[in-house]
Design a protein around this ligand. Structure first.
Ligand SMILES: Cc1cc2nc3c(=O)[nH]c(=O)nc-3n(C[C@H](O)[C@H](O)[C@H](O)COP(=O)(O)O)c2cc1C
Length: 363
């Protein structure tokens, strides 16, 4: 499916900033820039990944996908593996506790054409951890070498991992895990700078991430709390990590990957019309992806509400949007909102980034 082209004005703005990016290689994997989209469950489906790649993400990762769901041939799980032909730098993330099951599911997943397979070793959610998956894998490092080795054996594409800094403040073991990963041929390590116990509280520990970035034998992707183009640009200029990963930031600023390359990331670069255009683009992808009108409505409303956070008049708009029962109405109200909006400068948005936002997730 080829979408309707962006207007020449918007396309030109996108191209100008995309031209400022430099491609990078992390291990054996090529990316278009060092700013990657973080995996986010129920968000990073192909419509969203594709949109973010078009809006400057140097690469993307799927949401976490259950190895058991894949191995049982669960229809919904298998659908999650789908990669759109226009997605360029995409990895599939798997989760599970059993090396054999993970290796088996990785074999299936690679048939869908990802550039790499990633292991989720950061999910703090009890349901996942209690079975030994996600961040529980950080606890028993003796098990990791044979786990990685088995995964590697079943894969033709590269293997990567996404971890947290450790289980808790007394067991920070990211450096040890990185060394094991290096020995077993893992390509890179993405690190969310919090411990499992921290969940999403407090701040990501960038001092630690920088220390690891300086000394790691593997490429490191630093992740956590890069919520604005301004903070991302600052970090990009000084970081010892080889790349950065952004999650929640792009939900409030879908242009964050591009605006991080502005000379002044506080400048108003993308207009309200540009917002509306990218929302329509997402809608086109979603129409192709979602089989039910209800899913379309829920997904569109969710995304629009995130994108408008902090804009003037948003409280009333949000209220109207949640009252709307039909998709057509959601789109009409939203179009009117963007047509009347005069400011779209991200820096002028009234958002307190110290306040927790989406303080829960699978990594
Ligand atoms: C809603 C949500 C869902 C998430 N799902 C995943 C996931 O499926 N796999 C994963 O490794 N991390 C997941 N994460 C964690 C993010 O990838 C990232 O590590 C975390 O949000 C910190 O980065 P940020 O501050 O840029 O958002 C999720 C986070 C959120 C907020």
């Amino acid at each position: 499916m080829n979408p309707k082209p962006f207007s020449p004005t918007l396309q030109k703005k996108i191209d100008l900033l995309k031209a400022k990016r430099s491609p990078i290689k992390l291990g054996a994997i090529d990316f278009d820039s060092p700013l990657l989209l973080a995996p986010m469950s129920a968000i990073c489906n192909y419509p969203f990944r594709l949109l973010m790649e078009e809006l400057g993400a140097g690469g993307t990762v799927s949401e976490l996908i259950s190895c058991h769901g894949i191995n049982y041939g669960n229809k919904r799980t298998r659908e999650m593996l789908y990669i759109h032909p226009r997605e360029k730098n995409i990895g599939i993330q798997l989760f599970g506790e059993d090396p054999q099951a993970m290796a088996e599911s990785a074999k299936v997943a690679q048939e869908y054409g990802p550039k790499f397979i990633d292991i989720n070793m950061g999910c703090p959610v009890r349901k996942v951890v209690s079975k030994g998956g996600g961040s529980a894998l950080l606890k028993d490092t003796k098990k990791l070498a044979p786990f990685f080795a088995l995964m590697k054996k079943s894969l033709e594409v590269p293997l990567t991992i996404k971890i947290r800094t450790g289980w808790d403040v007394d067991s920070i073991n990211a450096p040890e895990i990185i060394h094991i990963a290096k020995e077993e041929g893992v390509e890179f390590v993405a690190i969310h700078g919090r411990t499992r116990t921290q969940q999403y509280k407090g701040e990501a520990n960038w001092d630690l991430l920088e220390m690891i970035g300086r000394t790691s034998p593997l490429p490191i992707i630093g992740n956590g709390d890069l919520h604005t183009a301004y903070t991302t640009q600052l970090r990009m200029k000084t970081t010892a990590c080889q790349a950065l990963m952004l999650g929640r930031g792009c939900l409030r600023n879908p242009f964050i990957f591009l605006e991080s390359y502005l000379e002044d990331p506080k400048e108003a670069y993308f207009s309200p019309d540009d917002y509306w255009e990218i929302i329509l683009r997402y809608f086109e992808y979603l129409e192709d992806y979602a089989t039910q009108e209800r899913t379309l409505l829920v997904q569109m409303r969710k995304l629009i509400v995130w994108f408008v956070a902090g804009f003037p008049g948003v409280a009333k708009f949000r209220g109207d949007l949640f009252k709307a029962k039909e998709l057509e109405e959601v789109m009409k109200i939203s179009e009117e909102f963007f047509k009347e909006l005069t400011i779209s400068n991200q820096f002028a948005k009234n958002i307190d980034h110290e306040k927790p936002f989406m303080a829960g997730g699978h990594g």
